[in-house]
Write a protein that binds this ligand. Structure first.
Ligand SMILES: *Cc1c(COP(=O)(O)O)cnc(C)c1O
Length: 415
């Protein structure tokens, strides 16, 4: 028998080691729709508790918005539950194409192709458009799904130091002998919440004849004056060759992703991208909901404006309290704790105080950079944020870290 007692014991040891190192992840069961207030069962088996949610990617508060839910209901009624097919066999409805056209318009792209998820979009796109004559030059902090996608592609892989434009320029010079160069970056970096220097990246790409790829999963719908994304924020709208993004965050939060960009590049994905060819279509209910989402956020910037206000208020409050946060403009606000166990304990105590936030640690962030990543939503009101701030102050005081910086926290708790 392959899965012998010895095999089982080995895996148990490995899982035990994760627990001992404070690196073991546990799910919390949510007994309510996704929102700024949720009902949570944690630990498993305990009675449920209503808490303020500070860690969803529900940036615009649309995950359970009544108009989106209603549109999804309608989609279910008129186009059914599932497609039972990949897109190119019999999985494309009129509404799939409509959504692709709306996304193109919203993102300022020539064409768009839906994928089951952005993870799938990233898994398929590089292999579909690049060959072994080309090079991919990626920021060193790009999302895991981009790294996986690059691994599946035969083009040469290279990287530049995080947001280091001088280093990127060196790499572009070094690779002038390749057929195509593609600069690859996240728009907003998911762990630190900082924004890529897309204006400089586009300038360098022009100078050294390179294409630009941006994953705007943590930006689409709310970064930039009208929420189009980091290209709008950085003044390079319409100049990005490939944008990938997700419908699983601000844009309704269900699931699905896309590749948007130059017509020919999108067409290459339609012909060759494996997750597009070999995985099921986004279901009609989600397509219908997402169509409504794009309408809602195209009509008014009210939600992204509210999110911006919440973000400023929250950043100032945590700073005034004396917590060590990563500076920036995005609604991703990491509270740095450096030590994995401290991050876990801190999150548990916040939960006791009625605040839901999760400790992040290796391998999700580098060793010694454990943190609690807080995320704002347009669905938060001022009272939510005041209550959450009070809880952070109380728990921060308990561990004696208020007013302390990186060096002191590491001295107290280790890395
Ligand atoms: C969340 C995220 C993804 C994955 O999106 P899914 O649609 O959930 O697969 C990809 N890239 C980045 C940068 C993300 O933050």
């Amino acid at each position: 028998m392959a899965f012998s007692d010895k095999t089982r014991a080995d895996y148990q040891n490995e899982l035990g080691a994760l627990k001992d190192a404070g690196l073991f992840k546990e799910e919390r069961f949510i007994h309510s729709p996704q929102s700024s207030e949720i009902v949570v069962e944690f630990p498993a088996g305990s009675t449920t508790k209503k808490v303020i949610n500070m860690c969803a990617n529900n940036y615009l508060g649309l995950s359970s918005h009544p108009e989106v839910v209603q549109a999804a209901h309608n989609g279910l009624e008129v186009r059914g539950y599932g497609m039972s097919s990949v897109r190119f066999i019999c999985g494309t409805q009129d509404i799939h194409r409509q959504l692709e056209q709306k996304l193109s318009e919203f993102l300022g792209a020539e064409d768009t192709l839906l994928f089951p998820s952005c993870m799938d979009a990233n898994a398929g796109v590089f292999e579909a458009v690049l060959t072994d004559k080309d090079v991919m030059i990626a920021d060193r902090l790009v999302h895991a799904s981009i790294i996986d996608g690059m691994r599946l592609c035969k083009a040469m892989q290279d990287s530049f130091k995080h947001s280091d434009m001088a280093h990127l320029e060196e790499k572009l010079q070094e690779h002038q002998d390749k057929r195509w160069r593609m600069v690859i970056t996240d728009g907003v970096f998911s762990m630190d919440g900082d924004i890529a220097k897309l204006d400089t990246i586009v300038e360098l790409a022009d100078k050294y004849d390179a294409m630009v790829f941006v994953d705007d999963s943590h930006s689409s719908g709310f970064i930039g004056k009208t929420g189009r994304g980091t290209h709008e924020h950085c003044g390079v709208f319409g100049r990005i060759d490939i944008i990938t993004t997700t419908l699983g965050k601000a844009l309704g939060g269900a699931s699905g992703g896309c590749v948007s960009g130059r017509r020919e590049l999108v067409e290459m994905c339609r012909q060759k991208a494996r997750p597009y060819l070999f995985s099921n279509s986004v279901p009609p209910v989600i397509v219908a909901g997402a169509l409504r989402v794009i309408d809602l956020i195209s009509q008014t910037t009210e939600r992204r404006d509210k999110l911006e206000w919440n973000t400023k208020y929250w950043r100032k409050m945590l700073t005034d309290i004396g917590l060590d946060i990563k500076a920036g403009d995005s609604p991703i606000v990491p509270v740095m704790l450096y030590n994995a166990k401290l991050a876990q304990d801190f999150a548990r105590d916040l939960f006791t105080e009625g605040i839901y936030a999760i400790g992040f640690f290796f391998p999700v962030v580098p060793k010694g950079q454990a943190r609690i990543r807080t995320q704002l939503s347009a669905a938060h009101n001022k009272e939510h944020l005041d209550l959450a701030g009070e809880a952070f102050r109380k728990v921060g005081a308990k561990y004696g870290i208020l007013g302390k910086g990186k060096k002191e926290i590491i001295e107290m708790f280790g890395m």
